[in-house]
Design a protein around this ligand. Structure first.
Ligand code: ATP
Ligand code: MG
Length: 414
């Protein structure tokens, strides 16, 4: 029955899944806050052109992966496939350039029409940061070290590798592009259909192709590193020096390229060998041309995004669910007293679940099933004497506690 199924590539988060997701997001947010980042939440849908213009009409995301629809007013809208475009749109809409740099954190669901598999969903979650208005290579060092600290806080320090590359300044990148296209034009007949398409619009992306024929051609291509002008080399050296100052290990991976024209200088990925083909958990880079391309004041930018589901699979973070207190009324007449007691205990910070029904046997079974650490049992003669029975569910021992002292007693065994 379609009415009771989720759409392919989407899934429900049950309480434990949600708790684990929150734990990963919360760790990222705590780390980002210590670096002075503030959270920006943009709408999950935007005008389609926000993404079409920023991601480029030839990127895989735009050509194959977007959830685009016309709303009832006839506007073309798209569920966000990523959040950098939305953040930059918000940066412009809210005139945030008045105060630079801007340190922005975000989290939330993203939507891409992809073939679902392990670590690849159609609705998934990202967390990310964007640092806008800082052209300094130390800004790249900052966002990379923030990522590194976050991943270490998740206990992943030993499971991940940082790969790093540079595309150079916009000028040296453009010069390289010309050299690359000249070379690839000479080998057109050996390129894949996808790469022939990329040759026109984002030839650098061909360097990242997984097609065997493409790879053979790429092996002989001029190296990007040889096209770096002096300032580009210095910029990259400064990024690496900053990472070395912080003792953050990294490998240079010359294949790490981003196809679009507004990317420059630093690109990086944190990868793992523990997730099979979906090994990239966090990816980012510098995008100095993006704000201007979207119609804002020319503003440099750098940042990254991480896939929360992949991090959840990798880190095995456990859900932290508080063990509740079970509140049990022995009979209808005691329900008023039990309700008031439950409220009092919740106000003192306890997690209290109320038992429905009146069979003590069933209620105790239920208290066991929910993993209650204590049961508070309210009977008629106890109410009269202003006491309640507190049962320690693990030890099986029970005692009478004066209602006045209940909060104190519960706090003791928390
Ligand atoms: P991939 O090569 O895996 O498709 P990407 O280059 O499309 O990744 P980005 O756009 O850089 O990924 O997104 C940043 C991160 O978001 C990825 O490194 C990954 O952890 C996560 N991610 C991307 N797409 C998905 C998806 N469909 N399902 C789950 N996580 C995803
Ligand atoms: Mg992808």
């Amino acid at each position: 029955m379609a009415a009771a199924r989720t759409v392919r590539g989407t899934r429900d988060l049950l309480p434990e899944d949600s708790a684990r997701l929150r734990a990963v997001e919360g760790t990222a947010w705590q780390t980002a806050q210590r670096f002075g980042y503030g959270e920006v939440a943009t709408p999950i849908f935007e005008f389609t052109e926000v993404f079409a213009r920023t991601l480029g009409d030839t990127s895989d995301v735009v050509t194959k992966e977007m959830y685009t629809f016309n709303d009832r007013g006839g506007d073309s809208l798209t569920l966000r496939p990523e959040n950098t475009a939305g953040i930059v749109r918000a940066f412009i809409s809210n005139s945030l350039a008045a105060q630079l740099p801007q340190r922005i954190f975000y989290r939330g669901p993203m939507f891409r029409y992809e073939r679902p598999q392990k670590g690849r969903l159609r609705q998934f979650h990202q967390i990310g940061v964007e640092l806008l208005g800082a052209a300094d290579p130390l800004a790249d060092v900052e966002v990379i070290s923030l990522a590194h600290e976050f991943l270490c806080a998740l206990g992943l320090g030993g499971a991940i590798t940082l790969e790093l590359n540079t595309l150079g300044s916009s000028e040296s990148r453009a010069a390289y592009r010309t050299r690359l296209v000249d070379y690839l034009q000479g080998h057109r007949e050996r390129l894949s259909v996808d790469s022939l398409e990329r040759l026109e619009r984002n030839p650098l992306r061909i360097l990242d192709s997984k097609d065997a024929g493409d790879r053979a051609v790429i092996a002989g291509a001029p190296a990007l590193a040889d096209s770096l002008d002096g300032p580009s080399g210095e910029f990259f050296a400064a990024v690496r020096a900053g990472l070395n100052d912080l003792e953050i290990p990294h490998h240079i991976n010359p294949r790490l390229v981003r196809g679009l024209d507004y990317y420059c200088h630093t690109t990086f990925e944190f990868t793992t060998e523990h997730l099979g083909a979906q090994g990239t958990v966090l990816a980012g880079g510098r995008y100095d041309g993006l704000v201007a391309q979207m119609g804002g004041p020319p503003t440099p930018g750098t940042g990254w995004a991480a896939g929360v589901e992949r991090l959840m699979m990798l880190s095995g973070v456990q859900a932290v669910m508080p063990r509740p207190v079970a509140m049990i009324a022995l009979g209808r007449e005691q329900s008023g007293a039990a309700l008031r007691l439950a409220r009092r205990l919740r106000q003192s910070g306890q997690t209290v679940q109320f038992a429905f029904g009146t069979s003590l046997g069933k209620q105790m079974k239920w208290a066991n099933r929910i993993g209650a650490r204590l049961a508070v049992i309210v009977g008629s003669d106890e109410v009269a004497r202003q006491v309640a029975t507190v049962r320690d569910m693990d030890a099986g021992a029970q005692e009478e506690v004066s209602l006045d002292l209940l909060e104190e007693r519960l706090a003791q065994s928390a």
